[in-house]
Each structure stands twice: as C-alpha cells, then as structure tokens.
Ligand binder design. Sequence first.
Ligand code: PEP
Length: 253
Amino acid sequence: MGNRRPLIAGNWKMYKTSSEAVETARQLVKHTASAADVDVMIAPPFTALSAVSEVVKDSNVFLGAQNLFWEKEGAFTGEISAAMLISAGCRHVIIGHSERRQHFGETDENVNKKMKSAIKNDLIPVLCVGETENERESNATFTVLDKQLHDGLEGFSADDLATLVIAYEPVWAIGTGKTATSDQAQEAHQFLRSLVDKRFGNMLAKSIRILYGGSVKPNNIAELMAMPDIDGALVGGASLNAETFSQIILYKE
Ligand code: PEP
C-alpha cells in the first residue's frame, strides 16, 4: 500500500447512548494506546460527539460524524452543519453512506454538496461508494462506482481533495456477514484508484486512502489489508465492541 498510512474507522450508526459511547471510547483508547502505525477514527451518534471528544482528545483516536448538512445554518430542523461538528470535536465526517442513500433518499447531488461543505470547513471526508447485489449481478459494479465517484467529486480540484478518504462498501456486504473476497475488494479499489488517477492525477491517486467496508471482522482484516490498494477499513457492527474493534486495529500484533 505504498506510503499510505492505514485508517481503521468505526461507524457506530444509531447505537449507544452518550454514556455507553463514552464507556466504549474509553476502553478503545486504552486497548489501542500502542497502535503507532495506524490512524483510528470512531463515528458515534451526534448526541455522543461532545462527550466522546473529551475521552479521545489526548489519544490517537480521531472523532468523526456519520453525516452533515451542507448549509451553514438556518431553518433546517433536525440537521447538523460542518461548523457544529467541528465545535463538537470532529475531524472526520462520513458522507454518502449506503444506509443514507437507501433509507433517506440521499443522491449523488446531495453527496456532492455535503462534500463541498466538509472540504470548505476542513473536515476530512470519508466518501462512501458501493454497488448493490443486483448491480453486481448485472455486471454494473464499475459503472455504479464510476458514477458515484464522478458525481460526488464534481467541481473539485486535486488540491481540494488532498485529505479525501474513499470507502468502498459493497451494499450486499454491509451488516450481512458476507464479506467481499479480498480479490473482489482489490479489484474495486484498483478501479477507484484508476478513476482518481485519470481525473485528478497520479499524485492524488497514489496518496489517497481507500478503505474497504462490509462485514470486516478480526478474522478477515489481515487478508484484506494484505491487498495493495486496500488502505484500511470502515467497520460497522464489529466496531461497537471495544475489544473486537481493537483486535481489528491491532491485527498485526
Ligand atoms: C458500515 O456501517 O459502514 C459497515 C461496513 O457495516 P458492517 O461492518 O456491519 O458491515
């Protein structure tokens, strides 16, 4: 994976009250204190961000949000802006997760607006892309990835995207226990990197981190990470337990 520093990120989805999130974050900080060659990020629910930020502030665990809204402020009941996330201690934000696309009608156009807001406010975006089972079965995987990446990154230059992280998350592998094989994941990652190369140049293509997401567990992380274009993981279910998540983070030890 060249000189790219791995990133293992945990998406806690709509799990954990604030006190539960604080407790899990505390254990995670303790278990991963020795993790020197890897970045770790957790994305708890919005209600737990401020409290968890106190727990992780002097550790090597970064705080991220699961979503944001693109407007600066205004009459947008229920939404959260980039500035609010930063004030709650976030450095990263997940954008375009397939659950947002599936259940909340998020489009590539929405994703692009969210990307613009994140970059403008110096949040590190983790842009999620991935095909459904039907799309894979009808050989549309590359077409879908191409469109999601193209439209999500519309209007950006290579310089704007220096911190961008892409997460390849095949929808059929999320929360299903079905992991893409390391060869399937590598093929998609290599394709995504080639798209970045064509559009934004080789420098960005070489430095950009592409994470794999979809039923990552302690027993499959090593095989995935051995692939040349896999630079880390976005972990859902297995990130909810500090011990299990630490085993993924410390898979080399
Ligand atoms: C996710 O939420 O992004 C995810 C990949 O979930 P899981 O690891 O549970 O499949």
